[in-house]
Ligand binder design. Structure first.
Ligand code: PLP
Length: 302
């Protein structure tokens, strides 16, 4: 693979992503101001929180002299795709360990085909091994089987201590802008970092897109690893997952299409639509006092 002329294009700090003020009667009626933090525009190639989380890991991998990155994800993972693209642009080899060895003999879906086209080597792990991938013994065996021994390891979803540092920058960009900064959560890494970067008195609100209720413990553990203890004021609104990961009921899809046409932005369905729905519902139920400013982080694009 060729190294690009200027790896800095991917790694140099970016200007703050735009903050877009919108008018929407569903918020106006309750005296609530909604701002959109357009993190989908933070980087031209790697969108949103995937760039925030990957860039510090890529800097660390290069500084430590690694030639290969290995990471983990499901068959539709945005994180796998972002890692594959970053590897191609930086001239780093990438290996993706994918959940589900039943996929090994099949044609690749579009998402995995794009990873492969970016040069990522795909290794399909059994669901049992995938579940235990963070245990040292299992991880060492998976890396050996995938031909990635000694590679720089980025965990599933890219959420580790360097990634939380990158997401804290997102919080710092929102200082003084809003009382509440809200974000959709998968692994919770973005919320964990964002909360740490806000100023005292600001609150972070996370909207999990997976069912299960395990996320708060996960976020505490991520903050412990990254910052040595709890950081910032955060809470979760757990009732807006719409049945679970990647479930998009027709009414959510219609809500997202309507929001997109009212405000002229593409609304990603797996995460961003659930966040905007949650803020609309919470506002309608009086959860935010009149005069509250909300910043909704648009973490990615469709
Ligand atoms: C991955 C992703 C998230 C979830 O981020 P976590 O740090 O895993 O919680 C949110 N929004 C979009 C668009 C994503 O691709």
């Amino acid at each position: 693979m060729n190294r690009p002329a200027d790896p800095d294009v991917l790694l140099r700090p970016r200007p703050p992503s735009p903050l877009q003020e919108i008018r929407d009667e569903r918020f106006d009626r309750h005296g609530v101001q909604l701002l959109l933090k357009r993190d989908d525009l933070v980087h031209p190639v790697i969108p949103g929180n995937k760039w925030r989380k990957l860039a510090p890991n890529l800097r660390a991998a290069l500084a430590q002299g690694h030639g290969t990155l290995v990471t983990f994800g499901g068959a539709y993972s945005n994180h796998l795709r972002a890692t594959a693209t970053a590897g191609r642009l930086l001239g780093l080899r990438t290996v993706g360990i994918v959940r589900g060895d039943e996929l090994a003999g099949r044609a690749l879906n579009d998402s995995l085909a794009r990873c492969a086209a970016d040069g990522m080597r795909l290794h399909f792990a059994s669901r049992g091994d995938y579940r235990r991938k963070a245990e040292p013994g299992t991880q060492a065996r998976l890396l050996a089987e995938a031909g990635a021994r000694g590679a720089y390891v980025v965990p599933e979803g890219g959420s580790n201590a360097p990634a939380l540092g990158g997401c804290a920058e997102l919080g710092r960009e929102l200082r003084g802008c809003a009382a509440v900064a809200a974000v959709a959560c998968g692994t919770g890494g973005t919320l964990a970092g964002l909360a740490a970067g806000l100023a005292p008195g600001q609150r972070a609100l996370g909207v999990p897109v997976l069912a299960g209720g395990f996320l708060a413990a996960e976020i505490r553990s991520l903050q412990e690893q990254a910052f040595g203890g709890p950081a910032g004021d955060w809470a979760l609104a757990e009732d807006f997952h719409h049945g679970g990961y990647a479930r998009v009921p027709a009414e959510l899809d219609a809500f997202a299409a309507d929001f997109a046409s009212r405000h002229g932005l593409p609304v990603e369905r797996v995460y961003v639509a659930k966040l905007l729905w949650a803020l609309t519902e919470l506002t309608a139920s009086g959860a935010f006092a009149p005069g509250t400013t909300l910043a909704a982080v648009v973490t990615g694009r469709p």
